[in-house]
Write a protein that binds this ligand. Structure first.
Ligand code: NDP
Ligand code: GDR
Length: 375
């Protein structure tokens, strides 16, 4: 029997990789996409299947995590074996601007799905995966963070995700549902949204390398993260739903670098010499990323990476480092892509795009390159 999966957030980074992965495994994949005034299916266009042909295995439904009747109807129609709840207002900085909306989508949206499954009597059939996050650890209480580390959320996003985490546990305990949380640390790819820090860096520096932008403006570059590749992490999402018992797992690489080091890594990939400027930079003696040369004068050809306080958050998560040993031990999962390999892949992809833009410009086409990254 063909298994049927329903993915919320199918148009996002993880949703697109997961849909590909499940299609390869022979699943019938249903995805929920939001109505938007422009096409928002860039990440899944390559797996789109013409609705007019028979036996299609990739089917999209309009929907929204804020809309209970819509979600219930889709659940009833699809009767999924597995639900992957990846949909979310997923940007931490934006959650400070839109805290109520973030709570509605990320917290109550999760409840709407769980309650829909229960209400429709699918609770013994449908397995549920919740996209939980390392942001739950926030102000960290223990390093490295594992499944038993206490939570201390530091943003409206993290607080909303904390509700989602516990309501998932609660439906498992109260109704015996197969429902589990993947506590995923940051994971990236060429499909990462442009306003998350790694993509902002690879895209921004690639644009600078092609003369499309002049300066990269950053927030807190001292932040430390445990970065992995999205492809490795969606494989784990599926593995978590194939076990005898539903359990929660930390998914991470177990290695950590700073935002500043990710900038350095990107610059090295592009062969750029960069210079950090702005508050806090001089005192720390951070001047030249590539040569280690502390010469204060800006040299011709240097790329300036400047601190812009508008990218600082009202409350910051300074450091995250995960301990994935439970996932390794019980599920045999190990990440395959290192942060260096991931960075190189992201740079190659963004450089190709920047070259395309530069070429069009050189031939007189006025192609605007969006540099609005207000987060
Ligand atoms: P993205 O931001 O790339 O994707 C989010 C998806 O959610 C998009 O498809 C988006 O649709 C959709 N969405 C947003 N609001 C709604 C809504 N109101 N109703 C329905 N769908 C909505 O996130 P990622 O793919 O990176 O992350 C997937 C999930 O994992 C998220 O829940 C995120 O919070 C969580 N997570 C991510 C981590 C990471 O490092 N990437 C780490 C830990 C957890 P649209 O395309 O229309 O905007
Ligand atoms: P994060 O990811 O908040 O960890 O949430 P993000 O890439 O946005 O920030 C990581 C760190 O970089 C610092 N930073 C900047 N961040 C952005 N976006 N823009 C900047 O200019 C900038 N300068 C410095 C941030 O302050 C932060 O410390 C991501 C999301 O995918 C969540 O959905 C997910 O739950 C967590 O990862 C795990």
């Amino acid at each position: 029997m063909t298994k049927r999966a329903l993915i919320t957030g199918v148009t996002g980074q993880d949703g697109s990789y997961l849909a590909e992965f499940l299609l390869e495994k022979g699943y019938e994949v249903h995805g929920i996409k939001r109505r938007a005034s422009l096409f928002n299916t860039d990440r899944i266009d390559h797996i789109y299947q013409d609705p007019h042909v028979d036996n299609k295995r990739f089917i999209l439904h309009y929907g929204d995590l804020t809309d209970t009747s819509n979600l219930t109807r889709i659940l009833q129609q699809v009767q999924p074996d597995e639900v992957y709840n990846l949909g979310a207002q997923s940007h931490v900085a934006v959650s400070f601007e839109s805290p109520e909306y973030t709570a509605d989508v990320d917290a109550i949206g999760t409840l709407r799905l769980l309650e829909g499954i229960r209400f429709l009597g699918l609770d013994k059939k449908t397995r549920f995966y919740q996209a939980s996050t390392s942001e739950l650890y926030g102000l960290v209480q223990e390093t490295p963070q594992k499944e038993t580390t206490p939570f201390y959320p530091r943003s409206p996003y993290a607080v909303a995700k904390m509700y989602a985490y516990w309501i998932t546990v609660n439906y498992r305990e109260a109704y015996g549902m197969y429902a589990c949380n993947g506590i995923l640390f940051n994971h990236e790819s060429p499909r990462r949204g442009e306003t998350f820090v790694t993509r902002k860096i690879t895209r921004g520096l690639a644009n600078i390398a092609q003369g499309l932008e002049k300066c990269l403006f950053m927030g807190n570059m001292d932040s430390l993260r445990d970065w992995g590749h999205a492809k490795d992490y969606v494989r784990m999402q599926w593995m978590m739903l194939q076990q005898d018992q539903p359990k929660d797992y930390v998914i991470a690489t177990g290695a950590q670098i700073s935002v500043r080091d990710f900038i350095r890594m990107t610059a090295e990939n592009l062969g750029l010499r960069i210079r950090f400027e702005g508050k806090g930079v001089e005192e720390k003696g951070i001047v030249d990323a590539i040569t280690g040369n502390n010469a204060p004068a800006l040299k011709v050809g240097d790329v300036v990476v400047s601190v812009d306080p508008r990218y600082f958050r009202p409350a910051e998560v300074e450091t995250l480092l995960g301990d994935p040993s439970k996932a390794k031990r019980e599920l045999g999962w190990t990440p395959e892509v290192t942060v260096d390999q991931m960075c190189a892949e992201m740079v190659a992809s963004d450089l190709l795009e920047a070259k395309r833009h530069a070429l069009l410009r050189a031939h007189g086409y006025n192609v605007p390159v969006s540099v609005e990254n207000g987060s």
